[in-house]
Ligand binder design. Structure first.
Ligand code: SF4
Length: 439
């Protein structure tokens, strides 16, 4: 039984579920399974293909950051990293499973992709397109830190074909940005947002975090109002979590504290709920546990929907995650090791996990719950199995607790359920995956 009164304080650990089974089950001994898949021809009707490229550089490390990022690399080291990334992509481009396939979506994530210079970005994307052309891509998404964006750089990012520009705003208050270790300030947000809007990116997303250090009721309301006044096509709101490898956790550990210096979970959930209400009042629609969009008919997030629906995604660059033919894969997470393996003409893969049919069903099902609605017929058709029969017990439990509603065609998360969906998803995991650490 789920106890809604436990774990109310924000302690250490991951909240957000980004994959299933969890990364701790992925192992180096499964890498040969992936290599043998890459050597086989593609299916007759191959799954949609996406390419993710990871850029691990940032101006400064945020106190809540749990990624491996580098803040001290020179231009020549970044150029060498780009060369390796291209070499890796070229190697994939020669594999029978991927050869001549055109990506439906491209994603530049980090770190900070916008940390690269105009010439580095041009070089990287020209060489990527030479291997996997972008002419059939429905979306090219690009993450930015507002303080790294100049008009010249935004012009170039636009010219490269980026369709979804994602700005890591997080908060509009300079004190909160500073105390949480962000490199940018509100002036840079407004300047870069206005220019990006002016040059006409098809979609601008703004990221916000509910519950940063020193967040207050009043400031959060203002923050939401400021986001609304900018009229972005999409807003993503995360609830602050404190994973193990953050500076905040390090400080907690040193001072012997178990509770992070941020709002508790009920407060963060309420803040997200109030933000959703304010956006809905301004004409937006809630489209997942984390997103509101201006027009759900036209504003799509192809990367998320394709990946969560089981698409192939080639993860390239240091520490990147991918999913190819049902096999999870992660690259080496240390840049030295990554560069070394590419130089030796190897795939820089660290670990993999071939999912079986049941795990695939669970993975896709929990992702649909994160989107707020599960189409039962879709699953029956795809997996020849009734979701309701498969998960009768947890569905009934969550329905009794008021977290979801079941009817003949669908499962719909209630607002209360959606606000804590990642905590509830464990109910659907296989027994052997239920209490595992995420990383
Ligand atoms: S900008 Fe993003 S990736 Fe870079 S340090 Fe901050 S949270 Fe981490």
């Amino acid at each position: 039984m789920i106890d809604t009164n436990t774990e109310e304080e924000t302690g250490v650990g991951n909240y957000f579920i980004s994959n299933y089974p969890q990364y701790s089950f992925w192992k180096p001994e499964h890498v040969p399974t992936l290599l043998s898949l890459l050597n086989s021809p593609p299916e007759n009707n191959p799954l949609p293909l996406g390419i993710y490229f990871h850029i691990p550089f940032c101006r400064k490390r945020c106190h809540f950051c749990y990624f491996k990022v580098y803040t001290d690399k020179k231009a020549s080291e970044i150029n060498a990293y780009i060369d390796s990334g291209i070499k890796e992509i070229e190697k994939y481009g020669q594999m029978p499973y991927l050869k001549n396939r055109k990506p439906k979506f491209i994603y530049f994530g980090g770190g900070t992709p916008s940390y690269l210079s105009v010439s580095q970005l041009t070089d990287l994307t020209d060489r990527m397109k030479a291997v996997f052309p972008w002419d059939e891509a429905e979306e090219v998404a690009f993450e930015c830190e507002p303080g790294t964006l100049t008009e010249k750089k935004l012009d170039q990012i636009h010219k490269l074909g980026v369709t979804r520009l994602s700005l890591g705003v997080e908060n509009f208050n300079d004190h909160i940005l500073e105390i949480n270790g962000r490199a940018h300030r509100s002036k840079e947000i407004i300047r870069s947002y206005n220019y990006a809007k002016e040059i006409g990116f098809p979609q601008i997303n703004i990221d916000l975090i509910a519950g940063m250090i020193d967040e207050t009721e009043e400031n959060w309301k203002e923050c939401v109002q400021q986001a609304i006044s900018l009229e972005p096509e999409c807003v993503t709101i995360y609830q602050m979590e404190i994973p193990y490898n953050t500076t905040i956790y390090k400080e907690m550990k040193e001072s012997g504290k178990f509770t992070a210096p941020v709002a508790d979970w009920p407060t963060k959930r309420r803040w997200v709920s109030e933000a959703f209400d304010a956006f809905v009042e301004a004409g937006y629609t809630v489209t997942s546990a984390y997103t509101v969009v201006k027009n759900p008919e036209t504003v799509k997030f192809v990367y998320r929907d394709a990946l969560w629906g089981g698409a192939d995604m080639l993860g390239t660059g240091v520490a990147s995650f991918g999913h190819i033919g049902g096999i999870h894969v992660q690259n080496e997470h240390d840049i030295g090791k990554y560069l070394e393996r590419v130089t030796e003409n190897e795939f820089p893969i660290y670990r993999a996990y071939p999912t079986n049919e049941d795990e695939t069903l669970i993975r896709e099902f929990i992702f649909q719950l994160k989107l707020g609605r599960v189409d039962l017929k879709h699953f029956e058709k795809k997996f020849s199995e009734s979701i309701v029969n498969r998960f009768r017990e947890p569905i009934e439990l969550l329905e009794r607790e008021g977290y979801l509603k079941l009817d003949d065609n669908s499962i719909t998360m209630t607002r209360e359920g959606l606000l804590q969906v990642d905590r509830l998803l464990h109910e659907f995991f296989l027994k052997e995956h239920q209490n595992a650490r995420y990383a």
